[in-house]
Design a binder for this molecule. Structure first.
Ligand SMILES: CC(C)(COP(=O)(O)OP(=O)(O)OC[C@H]1O[C@@H](n2cnc3c(N)ncnc32)[C@H](O)[C@@H]1OP(=O)(O)O)[C@@H](O)C(=O)NCCC(=O)NCCS
Length: 264
């Protein structure tokens, strides 16, 4: 007897409908493929199920971050010896939204960015991809500095009153809470300098920019407190816990929570 669940596209479609995902929805999706069990068809059928349920009037957004494109000093090349760090800085390729792979965003997001008709934002480190009616809107003008702010993809999700869908992952992967980081006041609020490789006028350049320092360390606590206050729609698909939430409600709650509880 297998110790994993056998999951088909139909199971995913039914599960998505059960948590209230419907035609025309605007949804940011965070996924762990292995959390389902065995998905018959893998990432492809997760994407097909999502597209089928939201339809042509809907919009799907996924983080497609490429954070390996940062200075080794930031800890992103922990496997490599320090004596290579300067060579990495000198040689890491410039972000190319058509080519650069995602880093730990999951097999579903990695495939989703290649879906015909999908768009990807120009952020060299913290991009998102989107498909559907508002794909262009969600991916254009992703500001280099204001990664998670009002005009960023998560800020736009707030403006559009969209949903967040967690497929087998917890709140530590819920990127929308970074909008609350931007909005809230807390004692340790500060910026950091990020360095990365970009293409400018056809030439690779190693640039630096100042942006809000975020870490997501209390996001699971925020999620727990959020679910104590609000009834979140949940189900399971295979072995994966699936949660859907209204992003505005989450961000408003998280902003207040951070102001009350984050002491660092
Ligand atoms: C990091 C993360 C992607 C890891 O999840 P995961 O399930 O281990 O990995 P993926 O989703 O990439 O799925 C691939 C894994 O699924 C398993 N797998 C492969 N085929 C499969 C199938 N048909 N069915 C089920 N699982 C399968 C394998 O273990 C595979 O790992 P491998 O390639 O190393 O062998 C996940 O925890 C996560 O964080 N997802 C959200 C990312 C996000 O949105 N982040 C927001 C910014 S912080």
């Amino acid at each position: 007897m297998a110790n994993r669940k056998f999951v088909t596209k139909n199971h995913i479609v039914e599960g998505l409908k059960e948590v209230g995902i419907q035609a025309g929805d605007i949804v940011m999706v965070h996924t762990s493929l292995s959390a389902f069990g065995f998905v018959c068809g893998g990432a492809q059928v997760v994407i097909e199920a999502l597209l089928e349920v939201v339809g042509n009037e809907g919009t799907i957004i996924m983080p497609t971050q490429s954070w390996k494109n940062m200075d080794p000093e930031a800890g992103v090349h922990w496997e490599e010896p320090k004596e290579w760090w300067q060579d990495i800085r000198d040689n890491w390729p410039a972000y190319d939204k058509y080519l650069t792979p995602t880093n730990t965003m999951g097999a579903v997001a990695e495939l989703f960015r290649t879906l015909p008709g999908s768009e990807r934002s120009d952020h060299p480190v913290r991009s998102v991809a989107a498909w559907g009616k508002l794909a262009k809107y969600f991916t254009e003008n992703h500001d280099l500095v204001d990664i998670f702010g009002e005009n960023s993809p998560v800020g736009k999700l707030y403006q559009q009153d969209g949903k967040v869908l967690l497929l087998g992952v917890d709140y530590d992967k819920n990127t929308s809470i970074h909008l609350a980081d931007v909005r809230a006041d807390y004692p340790g609020k500060t910026t950091e300098t990020v360095h990365c490789a970009v293409k400018e006028n056809g030439e690779r350049k190693w640039i630096g920019f100042e942006t809000l320092l975020v870490d997501g360390e209390d996001f699971v606590d925020i999620g727990k407190a959020f679910e104590e206050k609000y009834e979140i729609v949940k189900t399971t698909i295979g072995d994966a816990t699936v949660r859907v939430m209204n992003q505005r409600q989450l961000v408003d709650f998280a902003t207040e929570w951070i102001e009350k509880n984050r002491n660092r």
